[in-house]
Design a protein around this ligand. Structure first.
Ligand SMILES: [Zn+2]
Length: 451
């Protein structure tokens, strides 16, 4: 009996004559042979992982506005030039500069205990000597509403159980505004993560001009649950909180770009990459150092193999995805008049590759979908499906350019590390990184040759 792989492969020969007929002069044999070479090259070393380790270890976390980020971009630019791509350049972007200076959180009643804390990006400071206040724990916004008479003068602790990132992150995004509306002096939020080892997770938050800005920070799930248990037993816990941050306006940074120019249609661009900035804790390994390195390695594999793609392959390291999207917006401003056939982003963590999502016109989708047969020769479980995109490429996809992204099978682990001290290169498996690099290289190669 024929297995699924064989059926898919035979289907290629039924589907691809249509593509060959529609103006493609490249044979299935040539494509398959290049895909095999890409796979072999991707697995010939752990160079990608070694580069990730240097990026993370030598330069550290890469928050927008930091020296770390600018030094990391300088190093990457030098390395891209060394790789010998057709062109390598940077484009200036003004990014927000917010700095974490000092933070301390302690339970002071009913007993003394240190509480690990991480201010959310953009949080204002407490008074210089900190504040001490009673705590009110709420599991959700409904509970806040029904207890709004009790909020004044307190530190509100949001304790939402993790459902999924998109749903639970709303507490981090608007929690400070909601608590301040009823007179809270500060707010804390349980880490937005499916697993806690007593670690808080930072991330971007929002204020509204019409509502007093109060300090807002993450605490661990363990501490949020401890406070909740006290409250349930009729005890009102008291917390001391000292957060000192600085908002220094805007600071110059750069998007970093490298290209292999198309041999037949150089003005047709396939842009792909990740965001080079990170939060200021851990070292931004999974978010999104590894996404950048996998994309870079994909371009390097194609260059090393001497493949001349028909269309221009443009690697982009966008800046400031985490707290402003200024890199993505600037890219769209400068490049929206160019003929982008595809915007591709990898920012979902490096784990075994699982799917490529595509959003774009049906006429292109019909050509992209059969790529699955090619990819499954090497990765039988990787699917090509509808619906793809990313934050950095959103200013371009909103203008109507097709978007795509690589998804991985992380088993929920990505958000264990995301935006925390634990996001370090040891969380990235070298073999997964090689596989993600290979899948990106294969996909952009197929797109370049067959669209
Ligand atoms: Zn990210």
């Amino acid at each position: 009996m024929m297995n699924k792989q064989k059926i898919m492969f035979l289907a290629l020969f039924v589907l691809y004559p249509a593509l060959l007929f529609s103006g493609n002069d490249i044979s299935v044999d040539v494509i398959l042979s290049n895909l095999k070479r890409i796979y072999a090259e991707a697995h010939s070393s752990n160079e990608a992982w070694e580069r990730l380790a240097v990026l993370c270890d030598d330069y550290g976390p890469r928050l927008s506005g930091s020296q770390n980020l600018e030094k990391a971009i300088d190093w990457l630019q030098g390395m891209l030039i060394k790789d010998g791509f057709d062109s390598v350049w940077t484009e200036p972007v003004m990014v927000p500069k917010w700095v974490r200076i000092h933070e301390e959180c302690k339970l002071v009643y009913p007993r003394s205990k240190a509480v690990p804390v991480l201010a959310f990006g953009g949080s204002v400071s407490t008074p210089p000597n900190g504040i001490s206040a009673e705590v009110l724990v709420v599991d959700n916004f409904d509970e806040l509403e029904s207890n709004r008479e009790k909020v004044k003068g307190k530190i509100v602790v949001f304790n939402p159980p993790y459902e999924n990132y998109g749903k639970t992150v709303q507490y981090r995004w608007i929690g400070a505004v909601r608590a301040a509306q009823y007179g809270a002096v500060a707010a804390l939020c349980r880490a937005v993560s499916p697993l806690s080892m007593n670690n808080p997770h930072t991330g971007v938050m929002n204020y509204e001009d019409s509502v007093l800005k109060i300090p807002f920070a993450s605490i661990s799930e363990e501490d949020a649950l401890l406070l909740k248990r006290f409250q349930k037993r009729g005890i009102t816990p008291k917390i001391f909180l000292n957060i000192q941050t600085a908002d220094s306006g805007k600071s110059p940074s750069r998007n970093l770009i490298a290209e292999i120019r198309g041999s037949v249609y150089p003005s047709e661009i396939i842009a792909f990459g990740g965001h080079i900035d990170s939060w200021d804790v851990g070292s931004g390994a999974q978010d999104d150092g590894a996404g950048c390195i996998a994309s870079w390695q994909a371009l390097k594999i194609i260059k090393t193999l001497g493949i001349r793609p028909k269309r221009t392959l443009r690697l982009v390291f966008w800046v400031n995805e985490e707290n402003g999207l200024e890199g993505g917006k600037k890219y769209a401003e400068l490049h929206k008049h160019e003929n982008h056939r595809l915007m591709f982003e990898f920012d979902s963590g490096v784990f075994p590759p699982s799917w490529i999502g595509f959003s774009g016109p049906d006429s292109i989708w019909e050509k992209v979908q059969p790529f699955e047969g090619f990819l499954q020769k090497f990765y039988p479980d990787v699917k090509i499906q509808q619906g793809g995109g990313g934050v950095d490429i959103s200013p371009m996809t909103k203008l109507g350019f097709p978007g795509a992204s690589l998804g991985t099978d992380d088993g929920g682990k990505y958000f264990w590390y995301h935006h925390s001290h634990t996001d370090t290169p040891d969380k990235v498996n070298p073999e997964d990184l090689n596989n993600c690099s290979a899948v990106i290289a294969m996909f952009i190669y197929l797109f370049s040759e067959l669209i």
